[in-house]
Design a protein around this ligand. Sequence first.
Ligand SMILES: CC(C)(COP(=O)(O)OP(=O)(O)OC[C@H]1O[C@@H](n2cnc3c(N)ncnc32)[C@H](O)[C@@H]1OP(=O)(O)O)[C@@H](O)C(=O)NCCC(=O)NCCS
Length: 131
Amino acid sequence: MKYTAKYSQLVMPDNINVIGTLFGGQMISWMDIAAAKVSYRFLKGTEAIGAVTRAIEKVEFKEPVYTGEWVNFESTVIETGKTSFKIKVDAIAEGRERGERLACTAVIIMVSVVKDENGKYHKYEHGKLCE
Ligand SMILES: CC(C)(COP(=O)(O)OP(=O)(O)OC[C@H]1O[C@@H](n2cnc3c(N)ncnc32)[C@H](O)[C@@H]1OP(=O)(O)O)[C@@H](O)C(=O)NCCC(=O)NCCS
């Protein structure tokens, strides 16, 4: 099965850096949420209580993004391991003046987890595959 998810954010003045464009740390935080959304779909039907971010790889900021623009995130599970799975996240900016463009890309590794009786998280073999 193919696992994908979409998620959007409006860029507000609070999200802007000192040079007037979207702050990179904010973009990464939103990409992590986009990865969480597809993780939720991927793990539906398993005993995992969720997934945690283990690594964020290959982050590339390709185009600046400005206040008032939308950022549309598309996340796809591209590879699976035993407890881990790899997600590609594309962030597509959309604005009245500049149109649509690929603003940022990243590959995020999530690990599926369960919680023990002491509240500690442990990795969990999800047993799932992607296309
Ligand atoms: C996720 C966690 C429970 C797993 O702990 P662990 O028992 O040490 O397991 P490991 O991290 O060694 O391995 C788990 C999987 O991640 C993979 N992995 C570990 N580091 C990796 C990296 N840098 N890049 C890609 N994959 C990685 C391993 O290969 C393994 O995959 P597999 O089971 O599919 O073969 C633990 O590392 C943790 O709690 N990390 C903190 C997570 C966190 O707080 N994230 C931020 C908030 S969501």
